[in-house]
Each structure stands twice: as structure tokens, then as C-alpha cells.
Design a protein around this ligand. Sequence first.
Ligand SMILES: [Zn+2]
Length: 345
Amino acid sequence: MGQWIIVCVGFCVLVVVVIPSVIVRGCGFNVYPPTPRLSSFDHAVKVFVVSSNEICDMQLEEYIKGVVAAEMPASFGIEALKAQAVAARTFTLRRMTALGGPGCTANPGADICTDHRHCQAWISQDELRKRMGYINYPIYAGKIQDAIDSTKGLVATYQGNLIEAYYHAASGGATDNSEEVWSSPVPYLRGVSTEFESKEPDFREEVSFTMDDLEKKLDTSLKERKSTTYKVAGKDVQVISEERMDKPIEILDVSRAGRVKEIRIGDKVFSGYTLRALLGLSSTKMTYRIADNKVYIVTTGYGHGVGMSQYGANAMAEAGKNFEEILKHYYQGIQVLDYAEAETR
Ligand SMILES: [Zn+2]
């Protein structure tokens, strides 16, 4: 009897522990489930909500409603809101860990977060009601709901794959190729500059920093050591002093659309992307001047300048373009498909 118990326990250990571990190790230990087809996706998104500091499970279309409300003024044309819904849905699905995406890299366990600087903004319906007021809320919430319902399940794809549907507020007159702002070229993220971009508000903004401020924020030095030789009692005496650089700032490279790609400030070189983050600039489409021991930076546009411009989308909607035309303008060579029919990456 005792022997049978030992045999049974041994068999269970073999089936439950040993065999699976051998299979897993045999596959290199990092085993992920095969990427499922989009049609098998159960519509649940794990959203890290920054305001409550927790991960919430949300139904995809409900979540997209909160994204469109937060990311685009509801007063925009309905076709712009629809384009935003498709872009936000595509952006989200591309990040879904259940579909083989990376999730929100800042918040482990979440597919996406509500920090607009990291993933995409989102607002709850309660918060939206408070912001809009009880009279405007039903009007605008109904309009957003229309944009969601009429594009339900639609995504943007390139050669059968979900695209990286980057978007920004305003291009300042022209969007840029992805590789001019980040590092890698993406075939559908090409710069555009048409009448629609020129109709956007330019979001011109001037900010200023004292030289000390700039040095602290960028951890750089705007001074250089200079040596001066004096004659003292017939002998040369060398005096080393620290003085402001003659040219403390120098733009080294700009994109086709005029965004700063590389800039030297003091003794350090920054990418435009990094500088924007460190100084909290609205855009890298910038000029600067130095006066009264201060640096004045003027920016135009708002956001990184890659993919869909939201104000440009609205200009297109006002000109009678539909959401598909808007998406195909900002994401070149794409198709708009129902994700149940689209192939996975
Ligand atoms: Zn995130």
C-alpha cells in the first residue's frame, strides 16, 4: 500500500512540476503565449489611473471614450473625433500585453497609463461632467459617444499590422518623419505640410530662463575658463578666470519641418526630444535669443510633431474630409479595418 502512495505522489510531482519545467526550460525559459488573433481579444484593458494610483480593468470602448474626451476638445468636428477614436484604439491595442505588446513600460502590470506624457490621457465620465457642467455634458458626451460607436472596433493597420498611432496637439505648420524626432524611420510616420497644417493655430509661446536656471535644469555649464596674461613687475602673470561662453547655445541640427534635432547648451549636447522634456517646452520647433542674462525660447506648435496633428485633423474635418481621409493623411499607406478582421502583428 505504502509503495502505491509513493508511486502516486511521484507521478503527480512528475506531471505537475517536472515535465512543465522541462518544457519551459527547453524553450529558453522565457515562454510567452503565442500572439492571439485580435478577434480573440476579450476587450479588457488594464489601465493604470494616475489620479488614483491603481490599475483598473476597463472595457476597451469605454476606455477609448475617456481617452477621446481627454485628448481632444469635444467642440472639434465629428470626423476629427472619429479619427481620434481610431488612433487611440490602435495605440491602445498595440500596447496590450494580451496581444503581445509591451504594456505601459512605466507601470508594470498595466497595458497603458493615463499620463499623457507617457501613454495617453484619459478622463472618467464623472470628471468630464464636472469639467463641462451639467448643461454641456450631455451634448458633448453624446457627440463623443457617436464618434466611438460609429468607429467601433476600427483600427489603423500597415501591411496587416497595427500601426504605432502617435499623435500630438498641433504641428506648428508641418509634421515630421519619425526618424527626425526619434531614432527609427517608420514607413507610415512621414512628415506632411499641406493647407490643413497651415490652418492650425500656431500655439506660439515664449518662455525664459536665467542662465543659472538653465545650468541647473540641464546640469550643464555655460561658463568657460579663460586665461589672461598680465605684466607684473616686468614678469608675465597668468590669471585663470571663469567667464560666460561667447556662444553658450548653438542649434546643431534641425528637421525638415524646423524642429531642433540637436542643440548644444553650454558644454553639453542634447537631442530636441530630451531638451523639451527637461525644460517642459511645448514643442521643439523653436528659436532662441539671449538678452539681459536670460535665454528666451519661442516655440510653435504643441507636442512631438509625429503622426496625427489633432488641430490639423480638425482643420481637415472642417474642410469636409472624413475620418478615414484624415487618418490616411497623417499615417501614410495605411488601411482602416475592423480589428476582428485585421491580422495580428
Ligand atoms: Zn504609460
